[in-house]
Structures are given as structure tokens and as C-alpha cells.
Design a protein around this ligand. Structure first.
Ligand SMILES: Cc1cc2nc3c(=O)[nH]c(=O)nc-3n(C[C@H](O)[C@H](O)[C@H](O)COP(=O)(O)OP(=O)(O)OC[C@H]3O[C@@H](n4cnc5c(N)ncnc54)[C@H](O)[C@@H]3O)c2cc1C
Length: 415
């Protein structure tokens, strides 16, 4: 792989950009791999990358039914933060956030990580208590967050209205090194690095069946033929239950559409990310100038990847209370993704009842931020057939044993 650099851009500029090589290869599948990852979203690609980088397992295929990054990874609103309440969550999300800090250098591609800061607004007394508690928990966990009062919120977000008609802003939980990154670039960067290690990324290839023998995985059937493997990582977000069904077990996951929308582009108006959980909406401004707005999940299970008018209305109406200037903007595009929700709103990184099959799912509305940490932990689980410290608490057995990692408060709003 030839390195991207300022020098390379200058060189290619001089020769009309004729010398760039393809970022990743598109091979036909081999008959057998040491490990197969199903799903070329951020989590699947990061799993493959750390399998190679941290564990030396490079005879790996990543199988994707569509195009890489075309699932939730390319549909999210790119918020990155690690201000979670429970210790296992803070550990994995902070690991991920810290890997984002150096991702562009590590993967030699600009993923546009922008640690512009994230505020979670407190608009009820209940939220004030909740976020002050999270700030204390974060201090103990080594996650840099702080509780800030309304005046500091106003300094950070001049366009905000503090004395809204229903919910005045009472303060917020501020994570100065939270922010955003370019979602497609994260997928592309991992894909390029995997391909450079000799891994096969096979797009337009759906897994249609999973063969097992004596309680262990033997092969997958795909639209491009049968492929053998002894290790199979299912990393397919909203399709997790479907793939688990092919292997003969069930997952405690519900799939549901989550929607987002963007406004027309405007001049720079807000240089932090703001989340307003009570009125249920959140917003950041993209480099193009669009206000990127996220709403909530649909109230019923479904597999649609579409937006709907009632969500646009609900989300924008809620945000206009806190950001009155929004009422003057036109909304340009809306879309949806299928998110995978667990009961405790925490992910699953786990062995399964079938030997050699591992599942990484349940990131729900907030798994973009965790991509590098999740890939790191999942690769360790697959390589060693046992979870490491980051994944240990997220096993499937927690649902049987009642050891929930209850982040439902933190996941009260989609992000
Ligand atoms: C509107 C929206 C906004 C969001 N905002 C944020 C945010 O601001 N911050 C945040 O942290 N998170 C956010 N999220 C959540 C985040 O996008 C997801 O948690 C994350 O992208 C999941 O990544 P993934 O790699 O697990 O899944 P995906 O990116 O969905 O990848 C799974 C892949 O598996 C493939 N697949 C499925 N079935 C098969 C099969 N049978 N064979 C082969 N391939 C298959 C799919 O095609 C897909 O490409 C948001 C999600 C949505 C929808």
C-alpha cells in the first residue's frame, strides 16, 4: 500500500492524478479462511483489522451483502463520546474515543476526527441529578467530563435559548474531547488497511446460510458460493437476529429504524455537538454547513431504512424550542438505518451456543463512536476464543444471569 501524504498529493497533482492505486482490492472468495467476518460496517472492518494487527490472523474475509459502510456506519450522525455511567461501558467507549484521536495517523487516511466537544443538556431536575452523577462516575473512570452551568452552556452555544417555554436549560454534561468524525472515511480507512494486510473484502455477497457440524461452525453459504472457516464473527447490526437464526440460536435483540436529517447549509453557527435528551433531538454542524439532526427510534420493530415525515416533524419541533433559529431553515434530506436494540441498551460481544461463532451486536443507536474499541475487543475474543477485559462484561450470559449493564438512561436519546 502506498502511503497517502502531502507529498503524494503534490506528486499526483502534477501528473493529473493518474497514479493513485485502488484503495482496496475486490477479489473473488477463496474456498477457506482462518476467520470470516460477516458485515463490512465499521465494527466488522475494525474486527478484521485488529485480528491482523494485534493477533497476526490475516487469512480473513469480510463478507458484505451490499457495499462497505452502506449499513448504519454510513447513515449515522457521527457523534463520538464516552460519557457513559457504567464502568464496562465507559471502559470500551473511552478506549474507542482514544483510538479515534490517532486513527488518521494509524490508518494513514484522514477520518476527519473533530474533537469539538459534546454537551448533553439537562432540561429537567432529574437530568441535572443524573448528569452530575455521571460526571462523578466519569471522574472515577478516568473519562474527562464536567458538569457545567447554563451560562457556560450559552458561551459554548450562543444560538441556544436558555429559557425555553417548556424546558429551560439548567446546565449540561460537557465532554471537551468528544466530537465527530467522517463516517464513510472510518469504514474506508479500515478497509484499505485490511486489504493492505492481504485480507479479502468481498462486497455484494450475502451470507444465506451457516453450516455447523458437531456443534461448531463449518462453513457459510453465500451468494458467491460456499466458504469454509473455523471462526465466524457475526457483525451485522440490525440483521443480527437473522444471522443468529441461520446458525440456530436466538439473540435478545429487536431491530428498529432510527432516523436522521440535515438542513440546508448555512454559515458556521455552532462548533460543538449538542444533545437534548428531554425534548429528544441532537444536532451538530457539518463541515459543509448543514445542521445534522438526529431523532428517535420508531416505536415499533421494523427493517425499513427510510425516514418518515412524522419523525421530521417531531424532532424539528422539539429542537426549535431550544434553538429558535432552526425554524427558518429548510430541511434537505432524511434517511434511516436499522439499529439493533438490547434490553439494557448495552452491546453484546460474545461467544455463542455454536462453537467458533462470535457475535458483536446490540450497539443500537450509539455504535459509531465505539467502532475502534469494539473491533479491538472483538478481535481478541475471536483470536483467543475468550473475551478480554474490555468485552468480558458484555457476554450473552448476562441476560440469563440478570447482570445487566443498564445504560438505558444514557441511551434515552439516539446517538
Ligand atoms: C440515523 C442514525 C444515526 C446514528 N447516529 C449515531 C451517532 O451519532 N453516534 C453513534 O455512535 N452511533 C450512531 N448511530 C449508530 C451507529 O450507526 C451504529 O451503531 C453502527 O454504525 C453500527 O455499525 P455496524 O458495523 O455494527 O453495523 P452496519 O454499519 O449496519 O454494518 C452491518 C453490515 O452487515 C451487512 N449485512 C447484513 N446482513 C448481511 C448478510 N446476510 N450477509 C452479508 N452482510 C450482511 C449490512 O449490509 C451492513 O453493511 C446511528 C445510527 C443511525 C441509523
Amino acid at each position: 500500500m502506498r502511503r497517502y501524504s502531502a507529498f503524494a498529493i503534490a506528486r499526483e497533482g502534477l501528473r493529473y492524478h493518474t497514479g493513485w492505486e485502488r484503495a482496496w482490492a475486490s477479489p473473488e472468495p477463496k474456498k477457506r479462511y482462518d476467520a470470516i467476518v460477516v458485515g463490512a460496517g465499521g465494527h466488522g472492518l475494525a474486527t478484521a483489522y485488529y485480528l491482523g494487527k494485534n493477533h497476526g490472523i490475516k487469512n480473513v474475509a469480510v463478507i458484505e451483502k451490499g457495499w462497505l459502510g452502506g449499513g448504519n456506519t454510513g447513515r449515522n450522525t457521527t457523534i463520538i463520546r464516552s460519557n457513559y455511567l457504567q464502568d464496562p461501558s465507559a471502559a470500551i467507549y473511552e478506549k474507542a474515543r482514544s483510538l479515534y484521536e490517532t486513527m488518521s495517523q494509524d490508518l494513514n487516511m484522514n477520518v476527519m476526527f473533530s474533537p469539538r466537544g459534546v454537551i448533553m443538556l439537562a432540561q429537567t431536575h432529574h437530568e441535572v441529578r443524573g448528569y452530575q452523577r455521571t460526571a462523578h462516575a466519569n471522574a472515577l473512570q478516568g473519562v474527562a467530563t464536567e458538569w457545567i452551568g447554563p451560562q457556560r452552556v450559552k458561551e459554548l452555544v450562543p444560538i441556544i435559548r436558555l429559557d425555553g417555554p417548556r424546558y429551560p436549560v439548567l446546565g449540561g454534561l460537557w465532554q471537551p474531547r468528544g466530537g465527530t468524525a467522517r463516517h464513510d472515511a472510518v469504514a474506508w480507512a479500515y478497509a484499505r488497511a485490511c486489504s493492505a494486510m492481504g485480507m479479502d473484502i468481498i462486497q455484494n455477497c450475502a451470507v444465506t446460510g451457516i453450516e455447523t457440524e458437531d456443534g461448531a461452525v463449518k462453513a457459510v453459504n453465500t451468494t458467491k458460493g460456499r466458504i469454509e472457516t473455523a471462526k465466524l464473527a457475526l457483525v451485522v447490526a440490525g440483521h443480527s437476529s437473522e444471522l443468529a437464526g441461520m446458525a440456530g440460536f436466538r439473540l435478545p435483540i429487536e431491530s428498529v429504524a432510527l432516523q436522521a436529517l440535515v438542513s440546508e447549509p448555512i454559515k458556521p453557527a455552532m462548533d460543538v455537538v449538542v444533545m437534548a435528551n428531554t425534548v429528544h433531538g441532537y444536532m451538530s454542524q457539518s463541515d459543509k454547513g448543514e445542521m445534522v439532526i438526529g431523532g428517535g427510534t420508531d416505536g415499533f420493530n421494523n427493517y425499513t431504512q427510510r425516514g418518515s415525515f412524522h419523525h421530521v416533524e417531531e424532532t424539528v419541533r422539539a429542537l426549535v424550542e431550544t434553538f429558535p433559529m432552526l425554524s427558518r431553515l429548510k430541511m434537505m434530506r432524511q434517511w434511516g438505518g436499522i439499529v439493533d436494540m438490547t434490553g439494557d441498551r448495552s452491546p453484546i460481544l460474545s461467544k455463542t451456543p455454536v462453537g467458533g461463532i462470535y457475535v458483536n451486536a446490540g450497539w443500537g443507536t450509539g455504535g459509531f463512536k465505539s467502532i475502534p474499541g469494539s473491533g479491538w475487543a472483538m478481535a481478541e475474543l475471536v483470536a483467543k476464543d475468550a473475551p478480554g477485559p474490555l468485552a468480558a462484561a458484555f457476554g450473552l450470559d448476562r441476560f440469563r444471569e440478570g447482570r445487566f449493564i443498564d445504560e438505558s438512561v444514557a441511551a434515552g436519546v439516539a446517538h
